[in-house]
Design a protein around this ligand. Structure first.
Ligand SMILES: C[S@@+](CC[C@H](N)C(=O)[O-])C[C@H]1O[C@@H](n2cnc3c(N)ncnc32)[C@H](O)[C@@H]1O
Length: 446
């Protein structure tokens, strides 16, 4: 303990100690408090008694590495994946599934209370999956040459490269494609930097996008060889490495086949291009669409807007019931998909706007538009106060807010409350089993 201070001294880096984990942090690490000092420890569960090594310290908290579990906590289960300990992907795989769902409900409630200062809201039990494995319809794999062979995998903890024999949260087709790209890419010496796979669990079809350092004359031959090797591959595309955002900002160019898949969510079908956003868990996305529709309430004769409409995931079901509907989307290819998808349902009168919500909401306000129901499913950074402020001028009565980040959900919910909306309830949906990530859908009314 420091002199004249109630704060405990941090342990020194490299210190080894035995401690008991008492909670889970958003992010999935266990939290222990040896001698009152807060330590975050990945791959631990509440109730675990663990041996750890301190790896990092700051004034108020530190991080430690798990060395051994002396006594497992009540919710610890054996991991299904041999790579789970070193992989940065599945932060909660060592937790019983029911405990994962409880933890996610807590993450959502904490986001509302601690970040948004919204208290007393009914956060419902997390909707889980019957089979919480092999759910990802999109794979993103980094590439590295190891012993002269192209290998594909993830960047694990401390950024170490983990070549993948398998991954239990990916659709098996993605792993089949991964191994085919490794083989053909090695034979043809392809300059692959990343592989992106997209799978339609409904049709059993897939796309592969080879993100390369540069164009290579072998790419077309490679694409054909890949299709011959994996018949479910209906299209192979390539794209050049482009900073961090690899494909979605740039056009991926078709090498062979076609560049889109049909995805089905509940009763609805969507054409989705390789570059367009689509929810990664098809089973849970279907539940999200049905929830959004029910949270939107009676739509007959009412006007509805979907602020981040993507390929029309929520917009199509909503527009089928509403009197008037509009969608806003900044990504031109997703918007083109939305346009086609609406056309497939004969929804030709729905207005689509290409651009940013931040710019287009004020334009609607200036035109004197009024929108009864607004659905917002922004990217991880949330909608933000400037967007939400326009809901008041649009005279919006119901806001259906969908979020993949409890922190930004909390902040947006706090802003909505400050603007005169009442958060009615929040439903967490387990879109990302085995990881700490959680989707949530909330209803706010004025
Ligand atoms: C989380 S996704 C949701 C898409 C859609 N609701 C769905 O479920 O498939 C967010 C979408 O918003 C788009 N987007 C991101 N920032 C935007 C902004 N400022 N204005 C409009 N669209 C934006 C992205 O391109 C992406 O399609």
């Amino acid at each position: 303990m420091k002199e004249n201070s109630t704060e405990p001294d941090p342990p020194h880096i490299g210190a080894r100690l035995t401690t008991t984990v008492d909670a889970l942090a958003a992010g999935g690490e266990g939290i222990a408090r040896p001698d009152g000092f807060t330590l975050f420890i990945p791959h631990t569960a509440p109730g675990d008694v663990v041996d750890v090594e301190v790896t990092r310290t700051a004034k108020h908290y530190g991080r430690a590495r798990l060395l051994a579990v002396r006594t497992p906590g009540p919710d610890r289960v054996p991991v299904a994946c041999p790579l789970a300990e070193g992989c940065a992907g599945c932060q909660l795989q060592h937790l019983r599934y029911a405990a994962q769902l409880d933890a996610k409900r807590t993450f959502v409630r904490d986001g509302l209370e601690r970040i948004g200062h919204v208290h007393g809201v009914d956060v419902l039990p997390t909707l889980g999956m019957d089979d919480p494995w092999h759910y990802r319809n999109k794979g993103e794999f980094a590439a590295q040459i190891i012993d002269g062979r192209l290998r594909l995998g993830y960047h694990g903890e401390d950024d170490a490269f983990l070549p993948l024999p398998d991954c239990p949260i990916q659709h098996p087709l993605s792993i089949e494609i991964l191994h085919a790209v490794e083989e053909i890419g090695t034979e043809l010496r392809l300059p692959v930097a990343q592989l992106i796979t997209r799978v339609s669990p409904h049709t059993g079809e897939a796309l592969a996008i080879l993100v390369c350092w540069n164009w290579d004359d072998n790419l077309r031959a490679a694409a054909e060889a890949l299709q011959a090797r994996v018949p479910a591959l209906v299209g192979v595309l390539w794209s050049r490495v482009h900073g961090k955002s690899v494909v979605r900002r740039t056009l991926a160019e078709l090498l062979t086949g076609r560049g889109h898949l049909m995805q089905r969510l509940a009763a609805w079908e969507y054409g989705v291009s390789a570059e367009s956003f689509f929810q990664v868990n098809t089973t849970q996305a279907a539940r999200l669409v049905e929830l959004a529709l029910s949270y939107a309430g009676e739509l007959h004769g009412r006007s509805v807007a979907d602020g981040y409409c993507g390929v029309g995931t929520f917009l199509i079901p909503l527009a089928q019931q509403a009197g008037r509907a509009l969608g806003i989307e900044e990504h031109p290819i997703a918007l083109r998909d939305a346009d086609r998808n609406l056309g497939q349902y004969g929804l030709h009168e729905v207005k689509l706007y290409e651009g940013r919500v931040e710019i287009l909401f004020p334009r609607l306000v200036r035109k004197g538009r009024q929108v009864d129901v607004v659905v917002l499913d922004p990217p991880r950074k949330g909608a933000g106060r400037p967007v939400l402020e326009h809901l008041v001028a649009l005279e919006t009565e119901r806001v259906v807010l969908i979020s993949c980040d409890p922190a930004t959900l909390g902040r947006d919910a706090g802003d909505l409350t400050a603007l005169g909306y009442k958060l009615q309830y929040v439903q967490p949906v387990d879109m990302f089993p085995q990881t700490w990530h959680v989707e949530a859908i909330a209803l706010a009314t004025r």
